[in-house]
Ligand binder design. Structure first.
Ligand SMILES: O=C(O)CCC(=O)C(=O)O
Ligand SMILES: [Fe+2]
Length: 386
């Protein structure tokens, strides 16, 4: 159910934080092609802005771009002072925080590859069947939607009869999984959580959850889910942001509980289209809220609140500003799939809003690929981008 947005969320500083990915640049991996992490024969790349853009400074609650101290003082001196970081001592602490975050980002991909290797060798799965997508995991209503979207006369108008939509923000709710699958999936995630395996952070804002590529679910579960089932739907819902040509993803599970993360601040995703599926468990409050699309700023943001329903998914454009309100009790687990279109992001990196400066990457990287001049018209036609 959509509801008017609660006024406390208008507090300054929570609006429009980009939620940075945890992947970044490393030497190319020759095994990647075998794992299917290629777009039209080209390896995926990241944008160099990962090492300088959208760095969240917790001390003063704002994001900054960082090249060096002089640039930081010039570009953010005033904003930092206004947020209580005016003294030289505070400035030194801010610089330490930023430099530690840049260092963390530099090592992140190597550490993720190490964790993935350890998990694949040592982790004892509880429900090994949940690692390979099967039709029986999917809700009958979802399969019906996919059947419609892959039929020859499918169109947006027809699809909207099967989904619930919220305001004019192009946010849609649809059934995704069966209850039995969600139950087994949660048990598997809890089994992993309780194991002594190394664990990474899902992204730069969520502290608790599971990175599904590290767990080994990308190739046999998330990729077929995106290609075979989700893409026919997103092609009709979001053709203008690359919904027809989503060719990579970053998938993770986020977890909120009273003694861990309670909520998620306002942000946009490093994705063209996001699927957010509620996995339960039992919780109260914790609704999602959505504001404007990041490229359509409005002087008076118009927020809507959307309740999440276990086993169901919400589809939205990654650039739609959103966040999660605090839970009041229980545990809230969600499967998040950030889906990316190289044809779209190769033109403009959504995180720095510039032509991406490509750097080598592991796996799907951040969904960019090398392009040649002659690629562009064909790609644009194919996805009806503009
Ligand atoms: O907790 C949620 O439902 C939202 C998570 C989210 O927006 C994200 O991880 O990008
Ligand atoms: Fe998000």
């Amino acid at each position: 159910m959509a509801a008017p947005f609660s006024p406390f969320l208008f507090r300054p500083g929570i609006f429009r934080r980009p939620l940075a990915r945890t992947g970044s640049a490393v030497a190319a991996d020759p095994a990647r092609a075998a794992a299917g992490n290629m777009a039209a024969g080209r390896p995926f790349r990241a944008c160099a802005c990962f090492f300088s853009a959208n760095i969240f400074v917790e001390l003063c609650g704002m994001h900054v771009c960082y090249r060096d101290e002089r640039q930081l003082r010039r570009d953010y001196g005033r904003a930092l002072r206004e947020r209580g970081c005016g003294s030289e001592e505070q400035m030194a602490a801010v610089l330490r925080e930023i430099e530690a975050e840049v260092e963390r980002r530099k090592h992140l991909v190597h550490q993720s590859a190490e964790r993935k290797a350890i998990i694949s060798q040592c982790y004892k799965r509880k429900h090994s069947e949940v690692y390979t997508l099967q039709d029986s995991f999917l809700a009958p209503g979802f399969l019906e939607i996919v059947r419609y979207c892959t039929s020859p006369d499918a169109n947006l108008h027809g699809l909207l009869r099967y989904t619930e939509s919220f305001s004019d923000k192009r946010i849609f709710r649809l059934p995704v999984f069966t209850e039995e699958f969600v139950q087994a999936f949660i048990e598997e995630l809890e089994n992993f959580e309780q194991s002594d395996m190394p664990k990474g952070r899902p992204n730069s804002m969520n502290n608790y959850g599971v990175l599904l590529n590290e767990l080994g679910m990308d190739e046999s579960f998330i990729t077929p889910l995106r290609e075979k089932y989700l893409r026919p739907i997103t092609a009709l819902l979001y053709p203008d942001v690359g919904g027809a040509c989503l060719d990579s993803h970053k998938a993770f599970v986020v977890k909120y509980s009273l003694h861990e993360d309670l909520d998620l601040s306002s942000h946009y995703d490093n994705a063209e289209v996001t699927l957010n599926v509620s996995l339960g468990k039992d919780f109260t409050e914790g609704n999602l809220y959505f504001g404007e699309f990041r490229q359509d700023p409005s002087p008076v943001p118009n927020y809507i609140e959307v309740e999440h329903v276990a086993t169901q998914g919400l589809l939205h454009r990654g650039g739609q500003i959103h966040g999660a309100l605090p839970i009041a009790s229980g545990e809230r687990w969600n499967l998040i799939i950030w889906m990316r279109s190289s044809a779209i992001r190769n033109q403009l990196c959504p995180m720095c809003n510039q032509k991406p400066q490509l750097v080598e990457a592991e796996g799907f990287g951040d969904g960019f690929t090398e392009t040649c001049e002659e690629d562009v018209p064909e790609t644009v036609d194919l996805c009806s981008v503009w």
